[in-house]
Design a binder for this molecule. Structure first.
Ligand code: SF4
Ligand code: FE
Length: 483
């Protein structure tokens, strides 16, 4: 099958019998649900841009498995150039959607599982790598969106998976059969899970022998028997349910999506199992997926940052404040921070290297530095955007007030900024800043910058492991003349 268009992707979701709960209710038609549709539109953009000749080189690639043209979101990176293009593609998608476009988790899982299964097979003589290749060819040929799922609910953080009072706090194998395995548990905060065709499950932490039932990786369709999802709510989400919802949404068309994905005794055939009790490879899979996803943030968050910087600059224009030197300086600072994140994304890509399996991995130290900066800079960028926008971004009346025959005229009159700009445009841009700073898109821009791809401490552990202090001490001794 050729590359899907955005519309074909949306229609393909309708064929799935995905079991979804939203605000306490089972929803059959999640595709047209106002709380879900913006996130589907974001993923659809990853399909549409693949057909735009000006982005062909970024959004498509040649598969090393089939030699055919595939969407880069389904691609195994074949060079550092591929890694760089990945980050640039993510920046572009962030610019086009102003939100999380979700499809990266699958791409990062493909690349992590591809190399980890190769090394697992080498040690144990298993057949995971060949099976995974077959699976990925199926994904590429059908241009699927896959939820790369890592984060377990984790229960008591002081206890290992096997020590938890409730054994389901981490996804685990409950039965090994001749034809496959049966798994139970859940994955939390799953980005793009409801609008993915399939789920690719990985362990969430490094494991010891006693945790081996939890060392499991596998693929299942979204509508597999025993799988269901509970949609996560977002700040200001019910605005999407209001009549004629438009201006107050800030970003009317696009959004992100997270859900709790539950696996109630789900059967997985052996050819879809990519790790089963080889606990000493759980850590490798986790580290590689996390490394790729920390690189990803040097692209996606930068693209969304571009939109936010643009919105702040427009807010200044519409307020008549654009010429003030402190405004100009704040926009420079926002740009400096945003481009620093991009530099990290590019650097960890350019310094990548080939894995034993043949695909390319990022420089893991630099990817962790990238993500550590992402836990901070978007907060400062948001602070500056709010500073520039002014308090009206959170005190402005609703669209309904502006539309009211009785009071609309007063809203129009008193919220007017510079004469050349219609009041409604000023409202739109302030609502967009609100959306990204503390509304629905803040999930993807602000809090996700903190916790997505691992919370700050996870990166500090990785930075500590790779900081090579002994080498640095040796350098200092040499210069200081110490034997
Ligand atoms: Fe992609 Fe960024 Fe969303 Fe992760 S947070 S899925 S990298 S857009
Ligand atoms: Fe994320």
């Amino acid at each position: 099958m050729a590359l899907m268009t955005g519309n074909e992707y949306i229609e393909s979701l309708r064929k799935l019998k995905t079991k979804v709960y939203i605000m306490g209710e089972r929803v059959e038609n999640f595709v047209d649900h106002p709380l879900v549709r913006p996130s589907i539109n974001s993923v659809a953009m990853t399909y549409d841009l693949a057909h735009d000749p000006q982005y062909e080189d970024l959004i498509t690639a040649t598969s090393n498995l089939t030699g055919k043209k595939v969407n880069r979101f389904c691609h195994l990176h074949q060079s550092t150039e591929d890694l760089v293009k990945k980050v640039k593609m993510q920046r572009l998608l962030g610019q086009k959607t102003g939100s999380c476009f979700q499809r990266c988790v699958g791409m990062d899982a493909f690349n992590a599982i591809y190399s980890t299964t190769f090394e697992t097979d080498k040690k144990y003589g298993t057949n995971y790598h060949e099976n995974f290749k077959k699976y990925l060819i199926y994904v590429q040929e059908n241009d699927l969106t896959i939820d790369g799922a890592m984060t377990d609910p984790k229960g008591d953080r002081a206890l290992s998976p096997s020590e938890q009072k409730d054994p389901d706090m981490y996804v685990h194998i409950v039965e090994k059969r001749e034809d496959g395995i049966v798994v139970r548990g859940a994955k939390a905060h799953q980005t793009g899970s409801i609008n993915s065709h399939e789920h690719l499950i990985m362990p969430t932490i490094a494991m010891k022998e006693e945790d081996k039932a939890y060392a499991v990786a596998f693929a299942v369709p979204s509508d597999a028997e025993g799988v269901f999802m509970i949609y996560g709510r977002q700040s200001c989400d019910t605005r999407k349910l209001e009549k004629n919802a438009d201006v107050d949404l800030g970003n009317k068309k696009f959004g992100g999506q997270e859900a709790l994905v539950v696996f109630e005794d789900v059967f997985v055939p052996w050819d879809k199992v990519f790790l089963c009790e080889e606990y000493d490879f759980a850590g490798m899979m986790v580290e590689r997926f996390a490394g790729y996803h920390r690189q990803s943030y040097g692209g996606c968050k930068v693209g969304v940052g571009d939109v936010l910087i643009g919105a702040a600059a427009l807010a200044a224009d519409y307020n008549g404040a654009a010429k003030a030197s402190h405004i100009k300086d704040k926009l420079i600072e926002m740009t400096h921070l945003n481009e620093t994140l991009f530099s990290c994304g590019i650097a960890c890509s350019a310094e990548g290297s080939k894995t034993q399996a043949g695909n390319y991995y990022i420089d893991n130290l630099l990817a962790n530095v990238c993500k550590q900066n992402v836990t901070r800079f978007p907060y400062e960028i948001v602070r500056l955007a709010e500073d520039i926008a002014g308090g009206l971004m959170v005190t402005m009346p609703s669209q309904a007030d502006f539309d009211s025959p009785e009071i609309g005229g007063y809203c129009e009159k008193y919220f007017k900024g510079v004469d050349s700009v219609p009041t409604v445009d000023r409202m739109r841009i302030l609502r967009l800043v609100e959306n990204m700073a503390l509304g629905a898109a803040a999930v993807g821009y602000r809090t996700e910058s903190m916790h997505g791809a691992g919370s700050p401490q996870a990166q500090r552990i990785m930075i500590a492991r790779q900081s090579n202090l002994e080498h640095k001490k040796a350098l200092a001794k040499e210069i200081a003349g110490i034997k």
